[in-house]
Design a protein around this ligand. Structure first.
Ligand SMILES: Nc1nc2c(ncn2[C@@H]2O[C@H](COP(=O)(O)OP(=O)(O)OP(=O)(O)O)[C@@H](O)[C@H]2O)c(=O)[nH]1
Ligand SMILES: [Mg+2]
Length: 265
């Protein structure tokens, strides 16, 4: 029952609160240019606000993709100056040639990258740079890593890209940061899905293929369709995005609690 599940999924995202006041749940999205990272954040925002958003989130895009700055995206809650406790960062980390160095992804995961840092594909952030955060707090650290991939590109993904995803996965695992993958643009994968998103089970083959290539387990791979040119919200689009968001939040919350237990000894 998609429509009933959607309501409860929406409520859980809206109600999420970390155990500690003031704690943020930081979600890092990484993936190739044009994979749908910004669109995913916009989609979450649209769903939470109950109306379409094409907000500033896409204004960070430039054709010169690798000069992108490290920006934290927050979603406003209600009219007052309050925000949801989960925040997003995105990073172009997967282009084999022009992508952000794996080491910078690692630094971002650890919270060492300051807001507004401009990534450089040719060099990594050094610890004497003004954008290097020497003492990251629990809020600066990433709590869940999300690999965003255009589902249509999975069959012909290059060995280099696969290798990069694996390298980043290894770093995240060392840091005990949970990881999920989002496969976007499923509406373009096959006409049956475009016609009816409830045919998403047809994505099983693509999920299996992706899982086998990069090692992310099947139950951590979420196919979605982002809002891209719609005028109105659509319940099935919402369902898939919300389902993935709930998993992301749960995994991130586990990481927050793990970090807390560690720091309290
Ligand atoms: N059909 C379809 N198009 C999508 C979907 N998600 C994103 N798009 C389109 O794909 C293009 C790229 O999406 P973005 O969200 O800008 O991708 P990005 O990963 O943020 O790209 P960069 O910031 O350049 O790295 C845009 O034209 C979107 O409208 C989707 O699920 N389905
Ligand atoms: Mg973007």
């Amino acid at each position: 029952n998609w429509s009933r599940d959607k309501q409860s999924a929406l409520q859980s995202v809206k109600d999420y609160r970390p155990q500690t006041d003031g704690q943020l749940l930081r979600i890092l999205l990484h993936g190739p240019v044009g994979a749908g990272k910004s669109s995913f954040i916009n989609s979450v925002q649209s769903i939470l606000h109950g109306r379409m958003y094409a907000h500033a989130l896409v204004d960070n895009t430039s054709h010169d993709c690798f000069t992108k700055r490290y920006t934290t995206y927050k979603i406003r809650k209600g009219r007052a100056d309050t925000f949801y406790p989960f925040v997003f960062n995105d990073i172009m980390g997967l282009d084999p040639i022009k992508g952000v160095p794996v080491n910078d992804v690692k630094l971002a995961l650890m919270g060492h990258v300051k807001e507004d840092y401009r990534f450089n594909p040719d060099s990594t952030l050094s610890d004497d740079d003004q954008f290097y955060n020497e003492q990251p707090t629990n809020n600066d650290k990433v709590h869940v890593l999300v690999c965003v991939i255009d589902a249509n590109t999975v069959p012909q993904m290059s060995e280099k890209t696969v290798e990069k995803i694996r390298d980043i996965r290894i770093e995240a695992r060392k840091l005990r940061i949970p990881q999920v993958a989002i496969l976007t643009k499923i509406d373009e994968v096959c006409p049956e899905i475009k016609e009816d998103l409830q045919n998403v089970y047809k994505m099983k083959y693509v999920k299996e293929k992706f899982s086998a290539k990069v090692g992310i387990p099947m139950n951590c791979i979420f196919p979605v369709k982002n809002y891209d040119e719609e005028i109105d919200l659509n319940s099935d689009v919402d369902s898939l995005i919300l389902s993935s968001m709930n998993h992301i939040i749960n995994f991130g919350d586990d990481c927050i609690n793990f970090n807390k237990d560690q720091s309290e000894g």
